[in-house]
Design a binder for this molecule. Sequence first.
Ligand SMILES: [Zn+2]
Length: 166
Amino acid sequence: MDISKIFLNNNGTPKFKPDISFNYYVFIKIFMENLDTIEEDLKLLRKTIKESFNCAYDSVSTRVSNIYGYEFSFSIYGKDLFLWDHSGGTAIGNVLLDDDLTARKEQLNKMIQLTEKFTNGIIECGLCGKDMNYQENRSHRYHAGIYCFDCWMSKIKEIEAKETYN
Ligand SMILES: [Zn+2]
């Protein structure tokens, strides 16, 4: 691939970050396919991009855009689908995809709804799952998860404190 030098560093690596972004419609279609091979298929796609652009594998993220055009990062491990915000720093949701296609379609629609909610400032508590305002609760953070005030005070804070002092 011949890319203009203005886009490349002296060592040939790109100055840009190539990402793989699907719209929500394609995203749902992809995960309605064979789940036994999807993790490997996406790995191969990332590897192809990595090799085409001579960049680090880790810098190629897989993304889904919602109806508003906002992008979210996702990963699949086996049948376990994880969704994060644009930066990958905040967990939006995760689901173990069902083998039953009707149930799986609902799960995938729910994942897309979570991205739409997040664009509108709403995130589910990482423990009890209730809807809450992201900005008001973003400080209740443990790893990539955000928790409501009650879960934070009653459970998460304690776990975090134990880890800190161990
Ligand atoms: Zn909660």
